[in-house]
Structures are given as structure tokens and as C-alpha cells.
Design a protein around this ligand. Structure first.
Ligand SMILES: Nc1ncnc2c1ncn2[C@@H]1O[C@H](COP(=O)(O)OP(=O)(O)OP(=O)(O)O)[C@@H](O)[C@H]1O
Length: 335
């Protein structure tokens, strides 16, 4: 019988410990002399793309992996999917070493990389699905059953028999995600799944990710620069900057506790007259105003009672700081 400790370990589908990866690349000098030097005696620089990253992910979690451009997200995903080998540290994906067990792992994970399609461009997605089924050694009937299910869930029946090149981006992404799920993977790595899509299609993709997570318990590890993806589908966020982890916790905590600020939008029966420590006036127009309250300096109770004492309020709303600002503050090291 397994003890509690083993149980815990079994529940982690991803385990990363002290992960490091450096790249050495040529430094390009400009001008004629520089070009000659590049050829004869090039200078090299070392970039520490992933610098001592550690985290674990439980089965069924949907995690956002975020960070500014060049932070090390793609490199970490490439290390977890066995495309790259780490300089040091330990990675276990579904109990396997991704680099050593790369082929075995491919049967159990799905990947959608924004720029790299797994669908054959001139073929209809339906044909790619069949081909993928045979690549994953699935029987014809197994593939058919799975494709029928995914076609229904992803609502792609109307265009699944049209060549990929004729599909809109939103239609193609739906087919890409369906393709990544043909072999019923246990972990799905999604790199920028909603990039370039309109708001309606973005929402559709988010709903689909949630649905497949709920229906099959697939673990989702997602990178995105879109705060909507993070807020609407992820409960947890891991933030990386310059190769180092700067946050690992719930998305809710990021908003509520990390930046201890609130926004008050208020409409009054007269222009605002309020000067309080810890309260910044962000915008004022006529009888309306937008205030930012720093809860580490003052309390909401105090600000509200001052407002009520001094003014006749027609309308008021209190909200948290927009996610974009929370994330920028983390990136800039402001929290
Ligand atoms: N093959 C490579 N050779 C040299 N440097 C590399 C290589 N791949 C990545 N890097 C460098 O490693 C750092 C991390 O890159 P990475 O692609 O992992 O960032 P990212 O967080 O995925 O960025 P983005 O959001 O722009 O995709 C960057 O400085 C990048 O230039």
C-alpha cells in the first residue's frame, strides 16, 4: 500500500527542481570590420535562459506560465517536453525524464505551439487527425471514436473537411487543439493559444480548454500574454522573469494581496474634494472621479467614510487593480 508521501508524489504530474539552462550565442559586431571579426574571431555571450527554476504541478491543474518576452518560458517548456536538455536540475514529467524518455512521453502529452502547426497545411484537418491516430498507434475505430468526440466538442464539423489553408485562424486553432488531444494526453502544453483571435473566438477557446479539463482531467500548462486567458481559465500562475521565478501562487492572490490596491469609481452630486494619504486621484471629469487606494497606507473603511461625510454619492463601484497592471508590476520588480 502506498503511504501519504508517495500519494503526494504520484499526484504531481510535473516536478521541476533547480532547473538551469544557458545558451551561448555570437555577439554580432556591425560594419565591415565587425563582419570580418564575426567571421574570424567571433565574441560570444552567455544567456542564462532558465536560472534555478523549481515548481510542481498537480494532476488536473490549469497553470498559467507567464513572463515578459525573453523571460525563459519557451525554454522551460522545451525542457519539459524533452526538446532541450538542461544544464543542471531535475525534471520529471509523468514520472519520466523528458529528454531520455522523449518518445514514450510524446504518447502522453499534447502540445500546441502558436507558430508551429501539427496539421498538414494542404490537407483537411480530418485527414491530419487520421494520420495522427496512426502515428499514435491507435486503431481505426479508436481514432474515429475520438475524432467524432472532439469534432462535436470543438464544433468543427462544418470545416473539418476543408484544407487547413482555407480555414480562418480561429477555426485552425480549434482544429490544432483538437489534434493535440487525439491521443488523449494527460498533460496539454499550450503556447499562446488565443494570440491574434477576436474576443468571441478567444472566449470560445477558453471555454473549450475548461471543458476538456473538466471532462477528462487533463492538466493544462499554458503560456500567454493575454491577461484574459490567465484570469478566465487559470487558478494558478507561475511568473518568470530573466530566467527566475518571481511568483508562484493563485491568480486570485496575485490580484488581491500582491498589489494591495483598490480602484474606486465614483459619481457625485458635486465635484470631488478629497485629499487623503494613500489615495491617488487617477481621473476626474465633472462630477465623476477614479481613485486608487493604497491599502498599505489607509483603509477602505476610512476612505469610504470620508467620501460619505463630504459628498452626496450618486453611484460608486470598487474594484481591484486590472490584471495587466498587477503583472507589469511583478515584471518590473515592484512587488
Ligand atoms: N536557441 C537559443 N540560442 C540562444 N539564445 C536563446 C535560444 N533560445 C532562447 N534563447 C534566449 O534565452 C532567453 C529566453 O528565451 P525564451 O524563448 O525561453 O523566452 P520566452 O519567455 O519564451 O519569450 P517570448 O515570450 O518572447 O516567447 C532569451 O534571452 C533568448 O534570446
Amino acid at each position: 500500500m502506498r503511504n501519504g508521501m508517495e500519494e503526494e508524489i504520484m499526484d504531481n504530474v510535473l516536478e521541476i527542481e533547480g532547473l538551469k539552462k544557458e545558451f551561448r550565442s555570437k555577439v554580432k559586431s556591425s560594419g565591415f570590420k565587425g563582419s570580418l571579426k564575426n567571421l574570424v574571431r567571433p565574441d560570444y555571450k552567455t544567456v542564462r535562459a532558465v536560472d534555478d527554476v523549481s515548481f510542481s504541478v498537480e494532476k488536473g491543474e490549469i497553470t498559467a506560465f507567464i513572463g515578459p518576452n525573453g523571460a525563459g518560458k519557451s525554454t522551460t517548456i522545451k525542457l519539459m517536453t524533452g526538446i532541450l536538455y538542461p544544464d543542471s536540475g531535475h525534471i520529471s514529467v509523468l514520472g519520466m525524464d523528458p529528454h531520455r524518455d522523449r518518445k514514450k512521453l510524446a504518447y502522453r502529452i499534447g502540445t500546441v505551439f502558436g507558430q508551429k502547426s501539427q496539421l498538414w497545411y494542404h490537407l483537411p484537418p480530418a485527414d491530419s487527425f487520421d494520420l495522427l491516430g496512426s502515428i499514435y498507434n491507435m486503431s481505426e475505430s479508436e481514432t474515429k471514436k475520438r475524432v467524432d468526440y472532439l469534432t462535436e466538442v470543438f464544433e468543427i464539423g462544418k470545416f473539418v473537411n476543408q484544407a487547413v489553408r482555407k480555414l480562418s485562424l480561429g477555426q485552425r486553432i480549434r482544429c490544432e487543439i483538437a489534434a493535440s488531444l487525439i491521443h488523449s494526453p494527460e498533460i496539454l502544453f499550450l503556447d499562446e493559444p488565443t494570440i491574434g483571435l477576436d474576443v468571441v473566438v478567444k472566449q470560445k477557446i477558453r471555454d473549450l480548454i475548461l471543458r476538456i479539463n473538466r471532462d477528462s482531467g487533463v492538466t493544462v500548462f499554458l503560456t500567454s500574454h493575454d491577461t484574459g486567458d490567465i484570469e478566465k481559465i487559470c487558478r494558478r500562475a507561475i511568473v518568470i522573469n530573466e530566467g527566475q521565478m518571481v511568483w508562484d501562487g493563485s491568480v486570485k492572490d496575485m490580484k488581491y494581496t500582491l498589489l494591495n490596491k483598490r480602484i474606486i469609481n465614483v459619481r457625485l452630486e458635486e465635484p470631488l474634494d478629497l485629499r487623503l494619504e494613500g489615495v491617488d486621484l487617477l481621473k476626474a471629469k465633472g462630477h465623476s472621479a477614479k481613485l486608487e487606494v493604497d491599502l498599505s497606507v489607509t483603509s477602505m473603511k476610512h476612505v469610504m467614510s470620508e467620501l460619505v461625510n463630504r459628498h452626496n454619492i450618486s453611484d460608486i463601484s470598487i474594484s481591484t487593480i486590472p490584471m495587466e497592471e498587477v503583472i507589469s508590476a511583478i515584471y518590473e520588480g515592484g512587488v
